[in-house]
Design a protein around this ligand. Sequence first.
Ligand code: ATP
Ligand code: MG
Length: 287
Amino acid sequence: MSESFTGEDVAVPSATLPHRGPRVLAIANQKGGVGKTTTAINLGTALAATGEEVLVVDLDPQGNASTGLGIDHKSRDVSTYDVLSAEAALRDIVRPTAVPHLWIAPSTLDLAGVELEIGQRRDRAHRLRDAVTALNGDPGEPPFTYVLIDCPPSLNLLTINAMAAAHAIVVPLQCEFFALEGLSQLLKTVDQVKATLNPGLEIHGIVLTMYDARNNLSGQVVADVRAFLGDKVYETVIPRNVRVSEAPSYGKPVLVYDLRCAGSEAYLRLATEVIQREKAFAERPAG
Ligand SMILES: Nc1ncnc2c1ncn2[C@@H]1O[C@H](COP(=O)(O)OP(=O)(O)OP(=O)(O)O)[C@@H](O)[C@H]1O
Ligand SMILES: [Mg+2]
């Protein structure tokens, strides 16, 4: 595949995923602790519950998505590190979870070193895209229809790989005073990736997380973010809910841990919105 990579930089023309490939959504925000992993796990679970075949790709060396989906550290023989090092195919590291139709490509701490290892390679920003492109190649395997990439809290090469591989980005924003801080930098990075690596990239939506109805500030943040970002913000707001924070320690999505809690209901509504937006994207006239 390396022939298609030209020039000094990592820009690659006409980089398109195959028609029948999965929809690839990167869950990204360089701010830490805003709900990226929680969203990857629970949006993934909710999409799987509607019959989609969903792969969560853990692209964070912290490995929280892997742990939250019940994969313990010791059993992670192969991981997204091997995929980005081009030593394993994405299909080969995929593990089933306790949730039907939901799969995980786990990560390990090794991933933290991958930037140093591949940082000088011309295809360094496209390692994940190439891996995702090859994902559905085997007719013997059921094809994935969604790939959700859980990004690390940084705008590093890992996140750039996710943005280069994705059709669209889902941005979790925590309902707190500094919610919008750093967002302009994130949007600038998205624009740079569009200009160089992935012209089709778009923002799928902004999801407000950890909303606390008892706190006036939460309501103000929701109003401000909606005023600033308009209909890019999903209607669904994820409430702060103790069941959501308990679930990962049981290695379960909150939808499995407690289907009836407010957090689970919110993630189900979010999945419905994501599917509606997907339909709207698909029906858009070309060009
Ligand atoms: N809706 C919620 N209600 C209560 N707790 C939540 C909720 N969403 C996330 N949390 C908790 O907040 C913490 C941060 O969430 P999460 O790990 O999803 O964020 P993150 O953006 O992935 O963090 P990092 O940047 O470190 O990867 C976790 O302990 C998680 O359980
Ligand atoms: Mg995380």
